[in-house]
Design a protein around this ligand. Structure first.
Ligand code: SF4
Length: 336
């Protein structure tokens, strides 16, 4: 039976976000008009190569951009309809951790090396919830148990460096979910881990998302991770979203040549008779983004218009898809 209820209102609604850096080579438009939304309980994967703007977008959403040199130059970041970009820093700080939290790739540098993990977790409850030390300690052990750290009570006395990479990532996830946030942003949460541990961490994130009905933004360069974990996907290239779609629709029939190139070059997803493809060239530096469609120097489908006119985001039927390609129809119909 299909669910006829209208979709829930977005928890996070990013609209036309722009972030710039001043560099010695000029202004880098790291995020150039990005819009996406996430509903409660939904996972949006933001996929892109390094330098595509996916992490900078997330940092701007969380309010943790390095500023200067980075600054938000336009757009809105609506969280439950309130624009976070207009809030005072004190209020944003209160939201971080409590209602929106982030998990990073490198747990070791995100955790305090001179504090036991039990104390770090307990601090979340004493500082944010006014819990007593004893109560906070008990909650910390419960959380470690929840993220499946074996012998949690004993291990709460250990320091971050005494844990494996996978266990450290579990501790960071425990810290992120401690206050039951509504939104979790996971920035390459499994990149530094081996394949088996990656799968375990992704399973844990999926379970927690379900349990807490959290909205999740999963930032990754790995199409394999996306296929398993996400409901929808936004593909970024040179500071823009070039295609967004429900995951299965995008895998079945991409509507942007860059997405098609990524799919064809992903091990296990190769289409051309089992042969792995490589997208020619490299992504542009953000101070020298090509005119027109930024992907045109690498695109097998590029024509004259692509070198002069920036493609707008075209709606792609059925509902819920968009492609920023002048030739999205031809790309969609090009079934290999
Ligand atoms: Fe390729 Fe042109 Fe589409 Fe850009 S707009 S992806 S260059 S076909």
């Amino acid at each position: 039976m299909t669910d006829a209820r209208p979709p829930a209102a977005p928890l996070l609604d990013v609209r036309d976000l722009r972030v710039e850096f001043r560099t010695r080579d000029g202004v880098a438009r790291a995020v150039n008009g990005v819009s996406y939304h996430v509903r409660p309980g939904e996972t949006l994967a933001v996929l892109g190569e390094s330098g595509s703007g996916k992490s900078v977008t997330a940092q701007a959403v969380m309010g943790i951009l390095d500023s200067p040199p980075a600054r938000v130059t336009g757009g809105r970041v609506l969280f439950h309809g309130r624009d976070l970009l207009t809030l005072p820093e004190s209020e944003r700080r209160r939201l971080r951790g409590a209602r929106m939290a982030m998990v990073f790739q490198d747990a070791l540098s995100a955790l305090n090396p001179v504090m036991t993990v039990g104390d770090q977790l307990a601090e979340m409850f004493t500082v944010h919830r006014g819990a007593s030390r004893r109560e906070a300690r008990a909650r910390a052990v419960e959380l470690m148990d929840r993220v499946r750290i074996p012998a949690a009570r004993a291990r709460a006395r250990d320091y971050p460096h005494q844990f494996s990479g996978g266990m450290r990532q579990r501790i960071m996830i425990a810290m992120a979910i401690a206050l039951e946030p509504e939104l979790l942003i996971a920035d390459e949460p499994t990149t530094a881990l081996d394949v088996t541990v990656q799968a375990q961490i992704m399973d844990l994130l999926a379970e927690l998302r379900h349990e807490y009905t959290m909205g999740m933004v999963l930032i990754t360069h790995d199409l394999g991770v996306v296929a398993e974990a996400a409901d929808r996907i936004a593909v970024m290239y040179a500071g823009r979203i070039v295609e967004s779609a429900p995951v299965h629709a995008l895998y079945e029939r991409p509507a942007h040549p860059y997405t098609r190139g990524l799919l064809d070059s992903a091990p296990g997803l190769e289409r051309r008779g089992g042969e792995l493809y490589a997208i020619p060239g490299t992504p542009p530096g953000l101070t020298r983004v090509p005119a027109g469609c930024a992907f045109h120097p690498r695109c097998p489908r590029a024509r004259d218009v692509c070198r002069t006119d920036v493609p707008p985001a075209h709606p792609v039927p059925p509902h819920g898809r968009e492609s920023a390609c002048h030739f999205w129809k031809e790309t969609l119909d090009d079934v290999r």
